[in-house]
Design a protein around this ligand. Structure first.
Ligand code: ZN
Length: 248
């Protein structure tokens, strides 16, 4: 079992020196290759959505198609068809833009997130980041909403993959946002997606609360009491990708 850590969307602040890559995971499982989130897809590079254009104005992006998950995966010697399942932490544009590059993959997501994306209502400003065209190819969705497990002291939803993995509901950044815990040969990898900014002490608390939701303090406390668990967010500093290319 290997988790390949791929940066599928570099996005840097225009002011200051906050630089981030976006952590997408390619997980080798007994059920085939599982991709966790997609970053920007190939079509967005050729014909960017309005939201992507907007982000190109407010942030600094290299906008390099080599970062697309489909190209990252080919570099590892796989083909996009080898990806059988895509696990979404949530459905904001930067996490799902690449779905059309894997048209045959089953797409797993929390039911609240799927409903939030598809109900056509904007209940919170973050929902402007839901771009319908990324699911226009009508992938098969597999939805989850029943808490059936505990992972450490978090509510958890067991996912049908080996190695053992769980959705960890961390709602707030979006209506159905989930982190993901994956068992490794040495312990656990906890990908808390957009629920915090745990590797950055510069982000102001009010901004974390406003954009990332209410879980950052709990995640930091968890990291302190469980240093044996590798914890990440989706948008990580560039060196993180060098330090953790492949987690076994
Ligand atoms: Zn997000």
């Amino acid at each position: 079992m290997t988790i390949h850590l791929l940066n599928c969307f570099t996005c840097n602040a225009r002011l200051g020196d906050l630089k981030t890559g976006m952590a997408c995971l390619l997980v080798e499982t007994d059920q085939g290759l599982v991709l966790v989130d997609t970053g920007l897809g190939l079509e967005d590079y050729a014909n960017p959505s309005g939201f992507t254009q907007f982000f190109r104005v407010i942030t600094e992006m290299p906008f390099d198609p080599n970062e697309a998950a489909a190209n990252r995966i080919k570099k590892l010697g796989y083909q996009p068809e080898d990806v059988k399942h895509i696990l979404l932490t949530h459905m904001h544009f930067d996490h799902i833009s690449g779905l059309p590059d894997f048209p045959h993959a089953k797409v797993h997501v929390h039911k609240c997130e799927y409903e939030s994306f598809t109900d056509g209502k904007i209940l919170h400003w973050d929902e402007y980041a839901y771009i319908p065209r990324y699911i226009a190819h009508q992938p098969e969705f597999i939805l989850y909403d029943r808490i059936d497990s505990r992972w450490y002291d978090f509510d958890a939803i067991r996912l049908p993959f080996s190695p053992e993995m769980y959705y960890i509901p961390l709602f707030g950044h979006s209506r159905g946002h989930c982190g993901l815990a994956i068992k490794t040969s040495t312990g656990w990898f906890f990908h808390a997606a957009d629920a915090g900014a745990v590797y950055n002490d510069e982000t102001p608390k009010w901004l974390i609360k406003m954009v990332l939701g209410p879980h950052d303090a709990r995640l930091r406390a968890f990291m302190k009491s469980h240093p044996e668990v590798l914890v990440s967010n989706s948008h990580m500093y560039p060196e993180f990708f060098e330090q953790h290319r492949a987690i076994v």
